[in-house]
Design a protein around this ligand. Structure first.
Ligand SMILES: O=C(O)CCC(=O)C(=O)O
Ligand SMILES: [Fe+2]
Length: 316
């Protein structure tokens, strides 16, 4: 066994002891039979326990931000293409999240010790002695009421319930900036700026909302529509492998019409099953602020942005 394989095995064992449920799921969720059957099995078990009824009662009386969204067409596009468009946040929600992002600390490389206010980005870069590609906010659900409200939105929840074929679990909000910098290969790899697919549960998906205008060159998200369960394959076991894919592999394996670079105005949103191949892009013109809301079957406590206040430190 070579050194890289030994290192990988060591990381799997460490992860098994610290996060056993999540690590086992990441092993098993690559198999399509389990991805298909587990949502239905879980729904049946929850039905016996009476949870699905309780869930539908919870939705009653809550107002949606998306009265014009056609739930059926979103769910069928998500199933077929892995991506569905047509969401639009109300202007006051965009304003509220933008103001929050000006005032609160964001954290370089998602590291709780590297907090800075967005106006002090240059100073933070000097302190870290590197360009910052990604900076994320923490504890957004408790700090911004609009994000907390979106996490409970009945339209989003109903889309989740139908797409997942099972009562949905909200597993996390994430709000982050991507900046136009000469990023290192390592940072681009780490922050998902290379094609990949996510294994976050047996079935799961995400809503993405742009909070800044995103034209080509501003770090638009790219998705390969219809690629769910059909990754580029290089050797027999590669179909179950989770790895990064090169742009060339994507160009060779899918038609150009499948590769969608998603631009939009501040407030525009889309839903995506990120079991599809996708990536972020490094902006070349201006920063991009993005909100992501994730629904899944099970909560492995791995997707949320909650960090204890004692861990958070200010760098600049
Ligand atoms: O920054 C992006 O657009 C990509 C993020 C990503 O890969 C993900 O949220 O799963
Ligand atoms: Fe991803």
């Amino acid at each position: 066994m070579n050194a890289a394989a030994v290192g990988r095995l060591k990381r799997v064992f460490e992860s098994l002891s610290s996060k056993p449920g999540y690590t086992l799921m990441r092993g098993f969720a690559r198999f399509s039979t389990l991805r298909l059957s587990i949502p239905f099995l879980r729904a049946a078990v929850l039905k016996i326990k009476g949870r699905s009824h309780r869930d539908s009662l919870e939705l009653e009386g809550k107002e949606t931000c998306f009265p014009d969204v056609d739930i059926d067409s979103v769910v069928s596009a998500l199933r077929k293409d892995g991506v569905a468009f047509g969401f639009r946040l109300p202007d006051e929600v965009v304003q509220s999240i933008r103001s929050y992002a000006e005032e609160a600390l964001c954290f370089a490389d998602r590291a709780p010790a590297y907090g800075f206010k967005i106006e002090h980005r240059e100073r933070a870069e000097e302190m870290l002695n590197k360009k910052i590609l990604v900076a994320q906010y923490f504890n957004t659900l408790s700090e911004n009421p609009e994000i907390a409200r979106l996490a409970q939105d009945p339209t989003l929840k109903e889309i989740a319930r139908r797409f997942l074929n099972s009562p949905p679990t909200f597993v996390g909000a994430n709000l982050w900036w991507t900046f136009p910098v000469e990023a290192t290969e390592e940072d681009r790899h780490r922050h998902a700026h290379k094609f990949h697919r996510d294994v976050d549960d047996f079935k799961f998906f995400k809503f993405f909302f742009y909070l800044t205008d995103v034209e080509k060159g501003d770090g638009a998200h790219v998705v390969v529509a219809g690629s769910q369960g059909k990754p580029p394959i290089n050797g027999f076991f590669d179909r179950w492998n989770i790895r990064r894919y090169t742009d060339q592999e994507i160009a060779e394996n899918y038609s150009p019409s499948q590769v969608k670079e998603i631009d939009g105005r501040a407030g525009d949103g889309f839903a995506e099953d990120t079991w599809c191949i996708h990536k972020g892009q490094t902006p070349v013109r201006k920063p991009r602020l993005l909100l992501q809301l994730q629904f899944a079957l099970f909560d492995y406590n791995a997707m949320h942005d909650q960090r204890s206040q004692e861990l958070l430190q200010r760098l600049a």
